[in-house]
Design a protein around this ligand. Structure first.
Ligand SMILES: Nc1ncnc2c1ncn2[C@@H]1O[C@H](COP(=O)(O)OP(=O)(O)OP(=O)(O)O)[C@@H](O)[C@H]1O
Length: 505
């Protein structure tokens, strides 16, 4: 049984809310003004407060900071007038559980009450907050955990969710996890990538069409809104939703009613919306490319996913996870990563985020074949080019490279097996290369992006191979046994390459 406080100046609203609350076995205390409600909240522990915005003695939203600090930390449902998106937005920004538009139905109140109390129950009974089942979302950085907390909150509510973040940060993954953890999990999760549909197609994709609605419409077809009934509609790249459809979609979002193309009657669907974008929707609103009222609606709860470069502490976990997966997929031996590999992935800024990391690991995995250790040279060339440039820039700025030992490693054993640049410093002090430059990238790298005629891939490979062999032999002081161990080549292959490049041990 929960204790519910109702603060609303309309008798009808107080009566309706109190009836629903008590019919579900909870207690209700009602007040028509803010001061009476606040006094009650200070004196009695509450689980949930229904709070009207416009009250005779003040604005309910202004009382939110005090209500949130109450020892019982109640959930708050703000009651706003219909068609007041700003009030709704403000309510959400104040961290309230949900907002209800007047007039509301008994069903709507019951549903929101049930969800708010179930959220509270889980919050109170789960140490450290609400749990979220997220086997596919890897990482424990604080930036990711903040996003996961919001996802947990989103999964306990029915509010619209807007996922923001650069490409490859996991927006679709989060959308699925929110759906899977919600009460709608047993219903469909329906996806539409707004960027991949033509303007003419997107309307019938969303709303469906009747037979004969347009040339080629030879039969009635349900749209995605309908298919998502009871479940979740995930609109990816919502910034690409054509302007002329945004109005109809907004209406569907507000009323859960819409008209299929060519139909005379409206259809209904109880869908929950999760939208994603990597565009700046506010800027699009400013440029009249996106409707402001739709943006307000979308932002019931906004989750911004951090780029990988802001959560580098997750790299070891992500690398382990995906290396294991790729090794299983390709049936190759389990891989470890070397210090220079970790350094490279830490220095690189991953503009394609986790998607790019996943592909880079896959390529490294296949490139390394039977070698149990991955080296930086097995990363895609573009990544190594960027790493080389960044390191060179840093060297220019600071006069020296960052210490290799400062780079975290996922596999300390790999470090033991592979001569760590830091551990061979005495050998190389007199050499023109710094330890990093030894296993850095050949000079041809710079010309790839700067020269008028960049080297061919063959020339580039040749130089990289030569430079690598020279560095390994310098590092091992010409010890072929050690060079074989480092390179992972057979003795015969190593000698063959040395001969090709005219190198003697
Ligand atoms: N935290 C994570 N843990 C493990 N894998 C992740 C994580 N985040 C994303 N991924 C993986 O990265 C890839 C890209 O993720 P996803 O498609 O969800 O990104 P997105 O932000 O929706 O990208 P886009 O904006 O380009 O559509 C997927 O393979 C996904 O499984």
């Amino acid at each position: 049984m929960a204790n519910i406080l109702i603060i609303d100046d309309e008798l009808m609203v107080r009566t309706l809310l109190a009836e629903v609350v008590t019919s579900q076995g909870h207690t209700a205390a009602s007040f028509s003004d803010l001061s009476g409600g606040l006094a009650h909240a200070r004196a009695h522990a509450c689980d949930l407060i229904y709070l009207d915005v416009l009250l005779p003695d003040g604005n309910g939203l202004e009382a939110l900071p005090e209500l949130k600090k109450l020892p019982s930390a109640p959930e708050v449902i703000v009651i706003t007038s219909h068609g007041d998106p700003d009030g709704a937005e403000q309510a959400v920004r104040h961290g309230v559980w949900e907002y209800l538009h007047k007039p509301f139905t008994v069903d709507r109140i019951s549903l929101s009450l049930e969800r708010a109390l179930s959220f509270r129950h889980r919050k109170i009974h789960t140490p450290g907050g609400i749990s979220l089942h997220r086997p596919d979302i890897i990482g424990n950085s604080s930036a990711l955990l903040s996003a996961l907390n919001l996802a947990a909150e989103a999964s306990s509510t029915n509010v619209n969710v807007l996922l923001q973040g650069e490409t490859g940060t996991g927006k679709e993954l989060f959308a699925k996890v929110i759906h899977q953890n919600s009460v709608r999990s047993h219903k469909p999760f329906v996806t539409l990538d707004c960027a991949s549909c033509t303007d003419s197609l997107i309307e019938s994709q969303l709303f469906g069409h009747v037979r004969g609605a347009f040339t080629g419409a030879d039969r009635h077809r349900d749209g995605l809104l309908k298919l998502a009934h009871g479940g979740t509609l995930f609109l990816d790249e919502i910034g690409d939703l054509p302007l002329h459809i945004q109005g109809n979609f907004l209406r569907a979002l507000e009323t859960r009613r819409f008209r299929p193309v060519g139909a005379t009657h409206e259809a209904e669907s109880d869908f929950r919306l999760i939208a994603a974008t990597n565009k700046d929707l506010h800027e699009m609103v400013r440029l009249d490319m996106f409707r402001a009222d739709l943006l307000y609606r979308l932002r019931g709860l906004t989750i911004t996913l951090p780029p990988l470069r802001r959560r580098q502490e997750d790299l070891p976990l992500l690398i382990n996870h995906y290396l294991d997966r790729h090794c299983r997929t390709y049936g190759v031996c389990t891989k470890q990563v070397s210090g220079d590999f970790m350094e490279a992935v830490t220095v690189y800024d991953w503009p394609g985020n986790i998607r790019e990391l996943v592909h880079a690991l896959e390529r490294a995995c296949t490139a390394s074949q039977g070698d149990p250790t991955l080296f930086a040279r097995q990363l895609p060339t573009e990544i190594r080019v960027q790493v080389a440039r960044t390191l060179a820039r840093r060297e220019g700025e600071h006069g020296l490279m960052p210490a290799a030992s400062s780079v975290s490693t996922a596999h300390p054993h790999a470090e033991e097996r592979i001569a760590h640049p830091a551990s061979i410093e005495p050998h190389v002090q007199s050499l023109p290369h710094t330890p990093h430059a030894m296993f850095g990238l050949p000079a041809a790298y710079a010309s790839v992006t700067t020269a008028a005629t960049p080297p061919t891939l063959k020339e580039f490979r040749h130089e990289a191979e030569l430079r690598y062999l020279q560095d390994v032999l310098r590092l091992t002081a010409g010890n072929i046994r050690k060079a074989v161990e480092i390179t992972g080549l057979s003795r015969g292959h190593l000698y063959g390459l040395m001969k090709k490049h005219g190198i003697s041990a």
